[in-house]
Design a protein around this ligand. Structure first.
Ligand code: PLP
Length: 389
């Protein structure tokens, strides 16, 4: 016999009501097919313009095969954290492949980019008196890293390198920036940021979750886009969950950077290693990313096609040359309404609201993939034209 509980024993309903009243309530939708440019959900098929599967690899047969072969060799679970007995030959091979691909001395794997960023900030700004300086639009995981580290956090206006310089005092231990910003698709002014960090001898960390695989001739990401090397971008984080279509993440850089993360990164030390089969799949993905540059070429052509079409329609486009394309909606309600209208037409485009972006800059976030066809992009433009308010 269980005791009767009051309806809301922890008084959480008020908080939820407040979220609903503010227009920020989020609902989860379920997909009944593999990830791809066409997805099945709630009995309907949608053209998907919301995933981060930029190169169309999430359901690639070769990755499925590599995952299956990895499971046959290593089983499913890794069994422990990497420092205990959870690090397999598959992990080691992936670390070596990442380092080689990016021209870095070493790399270390994490189960997710979120965990990688927690380790980066807490390891390189470990004391209260340390200050981390960040772009105001940096990803939440970098900000959470600074909170966890209890380091001082200073934020400069989006892309404002002059303000960054003013915030960099002698107490500054680390500058951290997204390579490609996740909510507007803009690319960080890395050459300017690098020049400042090299001159002032401040460690620079770049979170290239959306650049890795997408930018640069070989998919080396934002640093390769600007021809910047290890000495200029010493802490480079990337995830396998986006362009690579898998899961897991890495930090690549000089030996001391990587060894410090292994020795002091608590989100590394106290968390189970990613499954070895996923490392095997990511390794296969990395080889495809490097070799099949036609995917990046096709993606760039689709981005150009979309931007050209959106300009002709006079849509409130946020300037971006990457596959992340934002359309300002003006309010949370308007963004959701617009997203629902697109949904009714069979297009999956998520509304991005505060607190993910600043209030009154709510937007539709459109992401393009090498898996899309020109016809699908044209269809999106056609529907956007007739659903404008
Ligand atoms: C997605 C993302 C992350 C987190 O990576 P996961 O591997 O999904 O945990 C970190 N930073 C940025 C900018 C991201 O977009």
């Amino acid at each position: 016999m269980s005791l009767p509980l009051p309806a809301d024993p922890y008084s959480l309903a008020n908080g939820l009501d407040r979220i609903r009243a503010s227009g920020r309530f989020r609902t989860r939708r379920t997909i009944a097919s593999a990830q791809g440019t066409l997805v099945r959900s709630e009995g309907r098929t949608f053209i998907n313009f919301s995933s981060n599967d930029y190169l169309g690899l999430a359901n690639d047969g070769r990755l499925v095969q590599a995952l299956q072969a990895g499971a046959a060799d290593y089983g499913v679970g890794s069994g422990a954290s990497p420092l205990i007995c959870g690090r397999s030959r598959a992990h080691e091979q992936l670390e070596e492949a990442v380092a080689q691909h990016l021209g870095r001395s070493r790399a270390v794997l994490f189960s997710s980019g979120y965990q990688a960023n927690l380790a980066v900030i807490t390891s390189f700004a470990p004391r209260r008196e340390n200050v981390v300086v960040m772009d105001r639009d940096n990803h939440a995981s970098l900000i959470d890293g600074a909170r966890l580290a209890r380091a001082g956090l200073r934020r400069y206006a989006h892309h404002d390198v002059e303000e960054l310089e003013n915030l960099c005092g002698s107490d500054c231990a680390l500058v951290a920036t997204d390579g490609v910003f996740s909510m507007d698709g803009s690319i960080a002014a890395l050459p300017d940021i690098v020049a400042l960090c090299v001159r002032r001898r401040i460690l620079l960390a770049v979170d290239d979750a959306h650049g890795f695989g997408v930018l640069g001739k070989t998919g080396g990401g934002t640093p390769e886009h600007y021809s910047l090397e290890q000495a200029q971008v010493p802490v480079l984080m990337g995830t396998f969950a986006k362009a690579c279509g898998v899961m897991g993440a890495f930090v690549a850089g000089p030996d001391e950077v990587i060894e410090t993360l292994i020795q002091t990164g608590r989100s590394y030390i106290y968390s189970t290693a990613m499954p070895p089969a996923l490392a095997a799949a990511a390794c296969r993905a990395l080889a495809i990313v490097e070799r099949e540059s036609w995917r990046r070429d096709k993606l760039r052509a689709l981005v150009d096609r979309f931007v050209r079409g959106a300009r002709q329609l006079d849509l409130p486009l946020i300037p971006s040359q990457t596959p992340i394309q934002g359309l300002f909606a003006g309010s949370a309600e308007a963004a959701v309404r617009r997203s629902e209208r697109l949904r009714a037409q069979g297009l999956w485009v998520n509304a991005i609201r505060a607190p993910t972006v600043a209030k009154n800059t709510e937007r539709l976030r459109i992401t393009l993939s090498a898996g899309h066809s020109e016809e699908q992009v044209d269809r999106l433009l056609e529907v956007l034209a007739v659903t404008a308010e």
